[in-house]
Write a protein that binds this ligand. Structure first.
Ligand code: HEC
Length: 343
């Protein structure tokens, strides 16, 4: 039995539409942040993005003030997701707003969920969640929340537990097998446990933590600055069966999503030395993939793209583990020239 009718409703809609989306193509460019979490890549800022984001945060801040008391939320039709189990963080969801977000237009005064943290003294509102259909295009997601600032996420490779397993053990124990953090992330493993596998569960979601101290924290996925990453597992395509993570070979940030910086033309011979000193520890000798970073050789990276990444790591992929490196403009031009001609 599916837990909670709102859960069931959303799940059903996804079952119907999510597969069509996956098969029909035009997937949003994303990255698999962990086996169960797919996130959108950032875009470069466009005029008006900051103002649009600020307006959403202002609405979220008003909502958080209005619904500080959970009884007020319940009176206005928000019901607790998974009513029979107490979680450290609770989502109170309004079905009408969930439907509107799925089928209709975006309204930042109509969050799908209000998010409360639980402690000994009760529930404290910390944020709101907006949602969108799995059918949404990247342009539509960006229209709703500017993707230069917000990161949409959705839950993937989701194994529903058989009804015989108590929900807390199944999904929320110390080492759950099922659900959002489950050890199971493939259809075969799910089938073996008599579970029910869903390549994409629910829809696109984005959290806003309006009273967090920094812009990054306000728009972070989990309400903190930390973006967890598992390097080497990069999302590339949906095969309709499971969301697939593949290692190396393909770049985590596709070429057409990696902007170019303007740089002088450099000396690749000197660039080889800069690379050995600054990059090879992660990307491997001659950029042939290291333990901690993708292969750069033979990928068709333009020098300007290499320069952009070195100067702006984490701008396109917020979960990136590429650090800021202190490199002079001259060395940067040289290393960019070197990487761009690696075969
Ligand atoms: C500490 C490890 C580390 C070091 C040092 C490092 N990188 Fe990276 N780099 C990464 C990781 C991890 C990624 C993948 C980023 C992601 O997933 O968004 C990456 C991504 C890149 C990309 C983008 C690839 C893509 O996905 O399109 C380029 C270009 C790049 N690095 C160049 C360099 C250059 C040039 C240097 C040296 C000046 C360097 N890196 C040093 C870890 C490193």
């Amino acid at each position: 039995m599916l837990p909670g009718w709102a859960f069931a409703l959303l799940g059903l809609v996804v079952l119907v539409t999510g597969h069509r989306f996956a098969v029909a193509g035009m997937p949003v460019t994303t990255k698999l942040m962990d086996p169960h979490m797919e996130i959108t890549l950032r875009r470069l800022p466009q005029p008006g993005d900051a103002e649009r984001a600020d307006a959403i945060v202002a609405d979220a801040r008003r909502l958080v003030a209005q619904y500080a008391n959970v009884a007020d939320a319940e009176r206005d039709g928000y019901t607790k997701f998974l009513p029979n189990i107490e979680l450290p963080q609770e989502h109170f969801t309004k079905a009408g707003f969930a439907r509107e977000a799925w089928f209709g237009t975006f309204d930042s005064t109509h969050p799908t969920s209000l998010i409360y943290d639980r402690d000994a003294s009760g529930l404290h509102i910390v944020g709101v969640m907006y949602t969108a259909s799995n059918l949404a295009t990247e342009a539509e997601l960006d229209r709703r929340v500017p993707m230069s600032i917000g990161t949409w996420h959705r839950h993937v490779n989701f194994c529903w537990a058989p009804a015989s397993v108590p929900m807390r053990d199944a999904y929320f124990g110390a080492h759950p097998k099922f659900g959002f953090d489950g050890s199971i992330s493939t259809r075969a493993a799910c089938d073996a446990e008599n579970g029910s596998f869903s390549p994409i569960e629910f829809g696109w979601m984005i959290h806003v933590w309006p009273n967090a101290p920094t812009q990054a924290a306000i728009w972070s996925i989990h309400g903190d600055d930390e973006q967890h990453d598992m390097v080497g597992e990069h999302m590339h395509h949906h095969d309709g069966e499971s969301v697939v993570a593949t290692a190396s070979a393909v770049l985590p940030i596709p070429l057409d999503h990696l902007p170019s910086a303007t740089i002088a033309s450099g000396d690749p011979n000197h660039g080889a030395r800069v690379f050995a000193q600054n990059c090879a520890s992660c990307h491997g000798a001659s950029g042939r993939a290291g333990p901690d970073a993708p292969q750069l050789a033979g990928q068709g990276l333009a020098a300007g793209q290499v320069a952009f990444m070195v100067r702006n790591p984490g701008t396109i992929d917020v979960s990136s583990d590429m650090p800021h490196l202190a490199i002079s403009d001259g060395d940067l031009a040289d290393v960019a020239a070197y990487v761009s001609q690696l075969k």
